[in-house]
Design a protein. Structure first.
Length: 217
């Protein structure tokens, strides 16, 4: 995800919406290799569908058959929109890890849950919160940058860079058993990833279950 954040930084520097995406191929033996890294390209290309995910998907399909996506995890700084979530599902992506929620167009739990709703293609898990604050700050810097370029100056309150973060409600995105799987994957890092999440606070507090899935009542 650090690499995806770097790509989003590059996007910001090129006046693109700062979204970065890194696709990682996981081999049978568990080794991981990056097969594509992409950023949003809608402004330069003047094409509204050139989201980071689509750019990355195209790059992969130049080299691999579509069946490769069953072995690919996507790390993307912002929750995939409805369009991208649908494409990822049709390609049978293995899993998606994203930074911050996409409040207007999110297709992995915020607006719609395209990743898990009843459909012919297999559902895919989408885990939020990884490098969330970095992803949010990149978007805020982008909107500030855009405001500064506006011909009519915006109100002063729109010109300040906010640095506070509302908590993330994890329960919109993942179920308890998935949190347990994540704990196995990330160990203690998971606590850091979701430290501001009320969805996990009951697990932290140990009311019903701990992160490792043990009952503690
Ligand atoms: Zn998208």
């Amino acid at each position: 995800m650090a690499k995806a954040v770097e790509l989003a930084e590059t996007a910001l520097a090129s006046d693109e919406t700062p979204v970065g995406a890194v696709f990682v191929l996981v081999s049978k033996e568990g080794s991981r290799s990056v097969v594509a890294g992409a950023m949003n390209d809608t402004n330069r290309s003047l094409c509204g569908t050139r989201h980071a995910e689509f750019v990355g998907i195209e790059e992969i399909l130049r080299t691999f058959p579509a069946s490769v996506f069953t072995k690919i995890d996507l790390y993307v700084t912002v929750e995939p929109c409805v369009m991208c979530a649908s494409a990822l599902r049709q390609l049978h992506i293995h899993a998606v890890y994203f930074g911050c929620a996409n409040d207007r167009f999110g297709g992995c739990g915020t607006v719609f849950a395209i990743n898990t709703d009843p459909a012919a293609d297999p559902p895919f898990p989408a885990y939020p919160g990884y490098y969330r604050e970095e992803a949010i700050m990149l978007l805020r810097r982008f909107y500030l940058q855009e405001n500064e370029k506006a011909p009519v100056p915006k109100l002063k309150k729109n010109r300040l860079l906010k640095k506070d973060f509302l908590p993330l409600d994890l329960t919109k995105y993942v179920q308890d058993h998935e949190l347990v799987q994540l704990q196995q994957l990330y160990g203690d890092d998971l606590r850091k990833m979701f430290s501001s999440s009320p969805g996990l606070s009951h697990l932290h507090a140990g009311s019903k279950r701990t992160l490792d899935g043990n009952a503690v009542d």
